[in-house]
Design a protein around this ligand. Structure first.
Ligand SMILES: [Zn+2]
Length: 518
């Protein structure tokens, strides 16, 4: 667990010392000084500022853990850096409805030193992102996002720290998949360049200024660099560019219980949601960086873990936001003139108005040509009258995300033939929008997409929730298709938006008519 560094600057320091030694008292031999550095890290926080309904995770317990490590490291004469691999946004209504302000304030109190810009930072319009940046007392880093017009960096590419003479550069990188995983409006005018290409130029420059180079990235850890349909991730970066000592990653949401050492670069990742705090302890002496220990420390993840008490200061900072978030969840988002049918005895047996509305909402958000929804994923009706966000969350409690997949007409037909034949009285029973067809003797007839006959060679975009896309209910797995995209949009958030934009809803507009079963 050792690596040698090229210490051109050390030669300069030594020669300076030799010269000054003639006239002044000898300074301490920095050459043999042992520096201790502890890097703590989290990633893919996704709105989890508060503990979950089972008392797990949360920033208040994270604070207690981080403070105790800081104290321990300080007593041993070391230094701590606290880094985030990005994706602070999107995932919990109480956070989403407050633009992740509680999360960022919590990160300030925790004393984060820097964060990578994640793809989900672009789920909000850019003025929200700018507000978040100005709220944060630490930089949002990304060296590979450029303004397409001016060619300039949009975020700080890197930041530096001088810890009692130990010079550290932290550089950020963001997945080039970002533009296809978010609302195009929010990434307009941005140029996501290859992290490898950018790093090849930047890292040699940073080596002149820093003893240790850390990349905090949001691009995924893919085993042995097999990134599949995803953009290249941390392993590819480490293998392609020399000189990065540590990559603090995110995006693939993996727990890496052991750092992955690639080309002298350690890659770490702490899964997601603040489930763990990653802790990497380093010693640095005479150009050698040694990783002395590494662990992912669980934050009240299971009953077997030692309970970490919640930090009071963090609780008093976050409690008002949690309360406000809960009030917002109770707030009215729209209205409907009659009951939207979502009872188990309905949605698993026949197409319903709520099934139609849900699939229309998926289409509208994603711009898809058609949408499919499994009946078992619809967990409740919506009664006539006022609709609250809580009602929406009761219909869709699982926190699935909206995914899309581009397929040819031929592939669509094969897919629909499987899912349209899922039997009644099962969660797999399928609801549709955008498609008309006759289902008879397990065959599909007169398949039309948006009122036009399905063309076998034409490309279509289909929207579906992540549960079904990943093969839930024995639907065909779509995740390995080249045109598959997980937009990251929470299902309940998508439905809420649709209700807000189309209220008062008239149930007559959502009668399921297109799919006839004989
Ligand atoms: Zn991500």
């Amino acid at each position: 667990m050792t690596r040698n560094k090229n210490w051109k600057w050390l030669a300069a320091v030594i020669s300076a010392l030799v010269i000054s030694a003639c006239t002044t008292v000898n300074p301490p031999a920095e050459k043999d000084q042992k520096y201790k550095l502890t890097v703590l890290h989290t990633n893919d926080h996704h709105g989890r500022f508060w503990q979950d309904s089972k008392g797990r995770y949360g920033m208040a317990a994270r604070m207690t853990l981080v403070e105790s490590i800081r104290k321990e490291v300080k007593e041993e004469g070391g230094h701590v850096l606290l880094l985030s691999g990005g994706d602070i946004n999107t995932g919990v209504p109480e956070s989403d409805m407050q633009d992740a302000i509680p999360d960022l304030k919590g990160m300030n109190l925790l004393g984060y030193d820097a964060m990578a810009v994640g793809n989900h930072e672009f789920d909000n319009p850019r003025d929200i992102l700018a507000m978040q940046q100005s709220l944060a007392e630490f930089p949002f880093l990304s060296a590979n996002i450029f303004d397409a017009g001016t060619g300039k960096h949009v975020f700080e590419p890197y930041t530096t720290f001088d810890l009692d003479g130990l010079r550290i550069a932290v550089v950020g990188f963001t997945t080039t998949d970002t533009p296809k995983q978010t609302n195009p409006e929010n990434v307009k005018g941005l140029d996501f360049q290859s992290p490898v290409a950018v790093a090849s130029k930047l890292i040699p420059e940073l080596e002149k200024q820093a003893d240790i180079i850390i990349a905090t990235t949001h691009m995924g850890h893919y085993q042995n660099g097999n990134h599949g349909i995803n953009a290249p991730g941390d392993v590819t970066l480490a293998r392609s560019v020399k000189g990065i000592d540590l990559i603090v990653g995110g995006h693939s949401q993996d727990p890496l219980f052991k750092p992955d050492l690639q080309n002298d670069t350690y890659i770490v990742q702490a899964q997601e949601w603040g489930k763990y705090v990653g802790r990497a302890d380093f010693e640095y002496t005479n150009s050698q960086l040694i990783l002395t220990s590494y662990q992912l420390i669980p934050v009240n993840g299971s009953e077997d873990d030692k309970v970490i008490p919640e930090n009071r200061a963090m609780l008093s900072l976050l409690s008002p936001y949690q309360e406000k978030g809960q009030q917002l969840v109770e707030g009215k988002v729209g209205a409907v003139d009659q009951r939207l049918m979502g009872e188990r005895s309905e949605v698993r047996f026949q197409p319903t108005n709520l099934g139609t509305l849900l699939t229309e909402a998926l289409m509208e958000k994603s711009g898809a040509d058609l949408a499919v929804m499994n009946g078992g994923g619809i967990r409740s009706s919506i009664n006539s009258g006022e609709i609250t966000y809580k009602d929406v969350l009761t219909v869709l409690p699982f926190g699935n995300t909206l995914t899309t997949v581009d397929m040819t007409g031929k592939e669509i037909l094969e897919y629909l033939t499987v899912v349209a034949n899922k039997p009644a009285n099962s969660g797999a029973f399928a609801h549709f929008s955008g498609v008309e067809m006759l289902i008879k003797d397990q065959q599909l007839y007169n398949v039309q997409i948006n009122g036009k006959a399905l063309e076998p060679e034409k490309a279509y975009k289909m929207a579906i929730l992540s549960f079904s896309a990943s093969g839930g209910d024995k639907y065909p797995n779509l995740m390995d298709k080249p045109g598959f995209v997980d937009t990251g949009y929470l299902d309940a958030e998508v439905l809420k938006e649709f209700i807000e934009q189309n209220s008062p809803l008239r149930v007559a507009d959502f009668q399921p008519e297109g799919v006839i079963r004989q």
